[in-house]
Design a protein around this ligand. Structure first.
Ligand SMILES: [Zn+2]
Length: 139
């Protein structure tokens, strides 16, 4: 019955069981790497010259001008910034869940998020079902 020991360690499927420390560390490293790349990407897109506040200020200055023509290049850039900002906060939130010990659990229904999903999207906060609901009805 040598196989039994392996079965016990592999079969840690107790509902609500926390992730083991190795898995947690791996996701943390992955998230930190993503964060770094994203920050570098944002810095590069802004030419390193503009702060987030400056970009936002420019955007709002434009929006207030009712007769302003739509500057598609600028709008596109701003949309990209928003996307990246959202991604960055998703990564930060995931890192917070890691330190809080709630990582890997859906923030909506508390179900365990499948590791396969997390390895593709380590910043995922919701299980697939809740994410689909969220995307259909964003609050
Ligand atoms: Zn869920």
């Amino acid at each position: 019955m040598r196989g039994q020991i392996i079965q016990i360690t592999m079969g840690a499927r107790k509902k609500g069981a926390s992730m083991d420390i190795t898995t947690t560390q791996a996701f943390k490293a992955q998230l930190l790497g993503m964060r770094e790349r994203l920050l570098a990407q944002i810095a590069q897109q802004r030419g390193g010259a503009k702060s987030r506040a400056e970009v936002a200020a420019e955007h709002f200055a434009r929006s207030e001008d009712a007769t302003a023509q739509v500057n598609t290049a600028r709008d596109l850039e701003f949309a990209l910034n928003e996307h990246e900002t959202a991604e960055l906060s998703a990564i930060d939130a995931a890192l917070e869940r890691l330190s809080a010990g709630t990582y890997g659990h859906c923030t909506d229904c508390d179900a365990t998020i499948p590791p396969a999903r997390l390895s593709v999207a380590p910043e995922a906060a919701r299980c697939i079902a809740c994410q689909e609901t969220f995307e259909r009805h964003p609050s």
